[in-house]
Design a binder for this molecule. Structure first.
Ligand SMILES: Nc1nc2c(ncn2[C@@H]2O[C@H](COP(=O)(O)OP(=O)(O)O)[C@@H](O)[C@H]2O)c(=O)[nH]1
Ligand SMILES: [Mg+2]
Length: 370
């Protein structure tokens, strides 16, 4: 094998030349087979593997620890109270120091035998991607429905990509550390698609190599794909389209606010029709709109930090409080501007903007903790 990037990093006893970053969420049955497959595929390379586990409840971390006690190449990074494949990969890479690293899944869908070839490609490229969608590749193990969704997501990604890449949604790639360190501060870290995040955030564009591989059926356990991950993908695209100037979360939060306004007006119309006193009707529609906004934000805007169970009640309470203060600020500022300039729409817009920025910033801290 000819891969100078790895040879440059290794040599001395016990010093790894290559890090394999493997995000895990409930993958206990896949840990041992993954390490065994790496052991077979990477003979002659001084490698280490870092499993980044998001507090799995099936004993994944314990399975990694059991192996790590007998094998110094096996490492564990545990994250508590956090979720997300992308951010897990970023944290995993940042916890290592080798001149190159590989990201792969824990379910053996990514064939470790491709890794030496990805490393060879790094001789002339910054990033080497295992592609399901180029000639010689095979993504059929995704199944028909997931396959169509994956293709659609790949097509959508062209909105933000600046270079032709056949499989920007792949979770299997090797990269030079220097280029990762350069791009890391600009990564969004939202959702499942770390490779797309890297490709779009890199300046200048990375030198990319793609190698075909056959995506295999999952070894053990279940896929973690859910509707929330689709929302997170759209969030990532929006953030990248805005070139990071306006946070995507704020845009989503504002869109939810827009929907809340329609809900407010609809409830108000019904309440007035029922001949409720106007102040009561207005209070009722405000309450319904705030509740609507809380749940929409909890499911969409903060899919990665979603409050569940009892936490919904406390979250709702803080959200009501924050939005009430936002409403007071909104009316106060709009009123002050109106008194000064008498242009109703400018005053109204300024008040709404200040209110929404307040609601966004403060609820990000108290309702959906950063
Ligand atoms: N640390 C971490 N790993 C995750 C998370 N979600 C998924 N993973 C891991 O990411 C890899 C890919 O997920 P998987 O469910 O196989 O996605 P699929 O291949 O698209 O069905 C697997 O190793 C998962 O265990 C997460 O929130 N945190
Ligand atoms: Mg998988």
């Amino acid at each position: 094998m000819n891969c100078p990037i790895v040879e440059a990093g290794g040599g001395r006893a016990g010093v790894p030349a290559l890090s394999i970053i493997v995000p895990t969420l409930n993958e206990r049955g896949n840990i041992e087979p993954t390490v065994a497959a790496l052991d077979r595929a990477l003979r002659g390379i001084a490698w280490e593997v870092v499993f980044v586990d998001d507090d799995s409840h099936d004993g994944t971390a314990e399975a990694v620890m059991a192996l790590a006690h007998g094998d110094p190449r096996v490492r564990l990074l545990r994250r508590l109270g956090r979720r997300g494949l992308s951010s897990a990969c970023i944290d995993g890479v940042l916890a290592t120091t080798t001149p190159a690293f590989v990201v792969m899944d824990a379910d053996l869908q990514h064939d470790p035998d491709l890794i030496p070839h990805l490393l060879e490609a790094l001789d002339t490229a910054d990033l080497a991607i295992g592609s399901r969608y180029m000639a010689g590749g095979d993504g059929t193990a995704l199944g028909a429905r997931r396959g169509i969704a994956s293709r659609a997501a790949t097509m959508l990604s062209r909105l933000v990509l600046r270079q032709p890449v056949s499989d920007p949604m792949s979770g299997f790639f090797a990269m030079r550390r220097a280029q990762f360190d350069e791009v890391a501060p600009r990564l969004s870290g939202i959702g499942f698609k770390i490779l797309l995040d890297i490709l779009v955030s890199a300046r200048p564009p990375l030198r990319v190599a793609e190698l075909p591989f056959r995506f295999r059926p999952r070894h053990a356990g279940d896929s973690k794909l859910s509707a929330g991950i689709v929302a997170e993908y759209l969030l990532l695209l929006i953030e990248k389209l805005c070139a990071g100037i306006v946070p995507a979360r704020y845009l989503l939060f504002s869109a939810v606010g827009g929907i809340g306004l329609l809900v407010h007006l609809a409830v108000l119309a019904v309440a007035v029709d029922w001949r409720l006193p106007f102040a009561v009707a207005q209070a009722l529609s405000t309450w319904v709109a705030m509740t609507n906004n809380f749940f929409l934000n909890n499911y969409l805007t903060y899919a990665d930090k979603r409050r569940r169970g009892w936490n919904i009640v406390t979250g709702l309470a803080t959200f009501y409080l924050i939005c009430s203060i936002g409403a007071i600020a909104n009316v106060g500022i709009a009123n002050a501007i109106y008194t000064q300039w008498s242009v109703w729409w400018q005053a109204g817009l300024a008040g709404a903007l200040v209110g929404s920025v307040w609601n966004y910033a403060v609820s990000a801290i108290y309702t959906w903790r950063r």
